[in-house]
Write a protein that binds this ligand. Structure first.
Ligand code: MG
Length: 448
């Protein structure tokens, strides 16, 4: 049986096995104890298991003396926004993000409307592990406020529309094919697109949580969206993961352009308007550096994990940031990855450029990324990392998160997994063959 996965990004487990209502109840008690008191925003994605888990979350938070703001089914970025806008003490989102439906999980938000930082996660998890809950009895009925999804959607859409130029998007009357994977994005995204003057071809926008394909928005799972664009025609296609923080783009030709391009295009758009610092993680495409250089802007790289990017964005007053897996962060809107904001930004970029999305994408420097992994015992990993450093000792090496070797037009990043005896290897180069060779040469060090 897979273990419960606990990381800086939250908790994930298999429903009914590692993640049960009892397990969820304890996490809510721990979070309520950690927060101490105050109003907590509770949201969930569309997974059928979410409703029962929400009851456990509400129960645990009430026991810990918190009040509840239940916003129902909502995207992760929307929940982040609501914590901030309502001056709540924190938030919990019930979601397993891009994982298949047998999974569910929890993400924890601080009063700043961002995910818990490393030290906060450690403090909260310590309460959970030792069951150091401080529980009190409160009047349950009066402590639950429910906010209608229409109100919630309005706030998120208004925030996005105040950042972009909606008129320029509206004049184009784009036809947009949208695959929300029947996830939380389906609740708000069609409305946002309609308000931006788009004709929406809806694919999997039922918000019933019955995922029609494997939910991760990577090319092998977006065949239906590509086929619809090829047969019906559309200016662009967008795919979201079930909690709508990740965004993938499909071209007007019905071809996936790859999630790395989502952030690259967003950076190009933002930097054109406003030069400044860009923050992204160590495994995101080098195209970001090339784009930033064109606009005399600086790129700061962080460890993997959204909160690491967000912290550095705040520290450096970054103008844009995110992660290569389709996670766009626009600080004026939300300090978190937001597929809805990403959609609006890409549409404005497309409208201003006057190009097709294929031609606009062709303006981004092209790299090929290859991801692979190597089974490796936990206790031998540091030895392997030393071997890799030694092999590449003439090149710039970053050791903040595993080892990343920068080799001019290419790079390779080697990261041990925290949860399984596996080392992840990601390489990027001008050609696929070169990227594959880089992965192979690292693998060879691991097997020699
Ligand atoms: Mg997600």
């Amino acid at each position: 049986m897979d273990k419960l996965k606990i990381s800086i990004s939250g908790v994930r487990g298999i429903v009914g096995e590692t993640l049960t209502p009892e397990v969820v109840l304890d996490f809510a008690r721990a979070f309520g104890t950690y927060i101490k008191s105050g109003r907590i925003v509770v949201a969930r994605d569309t997974r059928p298991s979410g409703e029962e888990f929400k009851e456990s979350i509400i129960c645990g938070l009430l026991e810990a003396g918190c009040e509840i703001i239940d916003i129902g089914i909502a995207p992760t970025p929307t929940a982040l926004l609501m914590v901030k806008e309502l001056n709540a003490a924190g938030g919990i989102i019930i979601t397993a993000s891009h994982n298949p439906s047998r999974w569910n999980g929890l993400k924890f938000i601080s009063s700043c409307g961002i995910f818990l930082k490393k030290a906060q996660v450690e403090e909260f998890l310590d309460i959970w592990r030792r069951k150091k809950f401080i529980l009190i009895t409160k009047d349950k009925k009066t402590d639950i406020e429910r906010i209608d999804i229409q109100d919630v959607a309005r706030r998120h859409i208004d925030k996005i529309i105040s950042y972009v130029n909606p008129d320029i998007i509206r004049t184009k009357q784009f036809t947009v094919a949208l695959d929300s994977c029947n996830g939380a994005g389906a609740i708000i995204t069609p409305k946002l697109l309609e308000e931006l003057g788009c004709k929406v071809i809806r694919i999997n926008t039922e918000s019933d949580g019955l995922f029609p394909h494997v939910p991760e928005p990577v090319p092998e799972n977006l065949k239906q969206l590509c086929d619809v664009i090829r047969t019906k025609g559309a200016d662009i296609g967008f795919a979201q993961d079930p909690d709508a923080d990740r965004l993938a783009i499909v071209s007007e030709k019905g071809e996936c352009i790859g999630e790395e391009y989502t952030l690259a295009l967003a950076c190009q758009f933002v930097l054109k308007k406003k030069r400044g610092v860009v923050v992204t993680n160590l495994s995101t495409t080098k195209a970001i550096d090339d784009i930033a250089m064109q606009f005399n802007s600086k790129v700061i790289r962080t460890k993997i994990g959204e909160i690491n990017v967000v912290e550095k964005m705040k520290e450096n007053n970054a103008v844009v940031g995110g992660e290569g897996n389709g996670g766009v962060i626009i600080p004026e809107v939300i300090y978190g990855r937001d597929s809805l904001c990403g959609i609006a930004v890409i549409l404005e970029h497309l409208a201003e450029s006057g190009l097709t999305i294929s031609d606009l994408t062709a303006t981004i420097p092209e790299y090929k990324m290859v991801k692979t992994k190597l089974e490796y015992p936990f206790d031998k990993v540091s030895e392997l990392l030393e071997k890799i450093k030694d092999k590449y000792k003439g090149s710039p090496i970053n050791s903040e998160d595993g080892v990343k070797i920068n080799l001019g037009d290419s790079w390779v990043h080697i990261r041990p997994s925290n949860t399984e005896p596996v080392v992840r290897i990601i390489a990027e180069a001008k050609t696929r063959q070169e990227a594959e060779q880089l992965c192979e040469s690292v693998k060879k060090l691991g097997t020699s």
